[in-house]
Design a protein. Sequence first.
Length: 254
Amino acid sequence: YFEAERSFRQAVALDPFCASAYWGMAMANVNNAKRAKEFLQTAEKYKAGVSPREQQWITALASYHRDEKRDEKERRKDYQKSLQQLVKDHPADIEAKAFLAVQMWSDNSKGVSYGDKKNVDVLLDAILAADPLHPANHYRIHLWDEGARATNALVSASNDGRSAPGIAHMWHMSGHTYSALKRYSDAAWQQEASARVDHAYMMGNYVLPDQIHNFAHNNEWLIRDLNNIGAVRRAVDLAKNMIELPRHPKFNTL
């Protein structure tokens, strides 16, 4: 989210009236409703300058944030309906399908059930048939992230890191599938790839570990994978390294 907002800010620096860039900054603040709402107010102010399709995206998210005193489940249901309408109006838009799929998955934990997992999987099938290296591989891994059923995500596990190689979390996610199937050596490879991407990013951009999404989580997972394959010394070395890393004065994770 940190880097996503920076990217959309760069777009606004080039075009201050680009409504969709403010929508993007709102999407990058899914964990900060107040900031998201403020960005959406600006997006709505300038939305006459973008296409009708982009206006649909802005209106859908702005409507979700507009009345936050309303029951959250009902707001989520309405947002899903808006995304479903986007898919219906623009059937060739695989991004609309991707947004709907991940929204259905995330809303499920908030009490808005998607029913059978196949209701989400059918959307993912359409996306990955059009683009096998679409980042929606990430969503399929989450969808089947449970025991033996993780075999349903094996193709996505092999493609996920390559679908967005500069995003450490995408390498990490494949480790979910391999760990669930007790393929701990493969899982460790994925978590090491994740760490390498994060380290390159920190060095290149002067970013501290606790400013990175899931940095500690990725490496803690790698330590468990190393334990499972008997690489005890490597696990201990990494655990020590995690303690010794430079810390941010405000944002340290537990």
